[in-house]
Design a binder for this molecule. Sequence first.
Ligand SMILES: [Zn+2]
Ligand SMILES: [Zn+2]
Length: 356
Amino acid sequence: MRVYSLHKTYSVTLSPANGGASAGGRPLGGQARARARGSSVVLDGALKAGPEKNLRVLGAVWLSGSGLPRRLYRGELVFTSQKNLLRIINTVPLETYLAGVVTGEAGDLSHPEAYKAQAVTARSYTVKHMNNHSGEGYNMCDSTHCQLYTGLGAPSARALAASGATRGEMLLYRGEPAAAFYHSVCGGRTEDMTFVWPYEYKPYLVSVRDGPPGRPYCSIAPGFAWKTKIYFTGLTRLGRRAGWLVPDEEARGMRISAWGASGRAAEIEIYTQRRRVKVTATDFYHGIGRRAGWQGVRSSYFKILSGKDYVLLDGVGNGHGVGMCQWGAEGMARKGFKYRDILRHYYPGTEVRIHD
Ligand SMILES: [Zn+2]
Ligand SMILES: [Zn+2]
């Protein structure tokens, strides 16, 4: 399994971790720095090497650099240079990669059955998306574009136990690996895939109620309910940057104009002095998150209350709402459900089996 680091940098610091590491075939005795120089890579510090077309590091090594949080990697790391930037590809066994993903994705959960459910979804998702970047020489990137992967800084004991206990098990629909989408908190009801990604449909990615009415399984999640005030001035600025509004247009209000199966907003209308601009709720939610760098709008599951010069978004949930609700899985596990029950609940019609 080859994972590509999307982090852009021209130099990284390598330090050997427990168990040691080698670089370019020689033991790495201490800290060294790998740098991109033109189309080759040089290493200096405790070990000097290069310039070479690529630098191969084996073993356990800490990487750090400008803007790159210190992370522990295992397996094989290959550094190459592309236009003075380092391209870093980590090759790890699938199960090792999964323990790393589960550590990152299930970090706030605690129940072993929730971890097992997460391990099966992550494995299915990984196998299904294994060819996301095959044209570029690797399987997946380490960002949320594919699946968040932070190396193996601290592969949690729970994550390792869960991937071990479910080894090889996948979520299957009619015998084929399912697209096991998941999110943090659904807010009481998961969403049909179609309302989040128009034109996409899977019979097992449909809206399900997350527990008894009024007492959703995920209500134990921190930040289950949220409120965000958006002033018209801020909405105008965002709308112009996102291309929803033209430069002289001013936002003067906002309402929900269409809803998904779960009751989430599917489409938003922004009023200006001349017209109503339609924006899909997915674009709105992503547009606001990316452009304003806010964590303010955590899902598209909200009501809009209007004020004089602002709107108040009164929402629940966190994430797109499709597939497994991670905090709901935790809530179900605490109520005594096993990981297979949890997965059947969020992905109706699927089964958990070893795929051959
Ligand atoms: Zn990707
Ligand atoms: Zn939920």
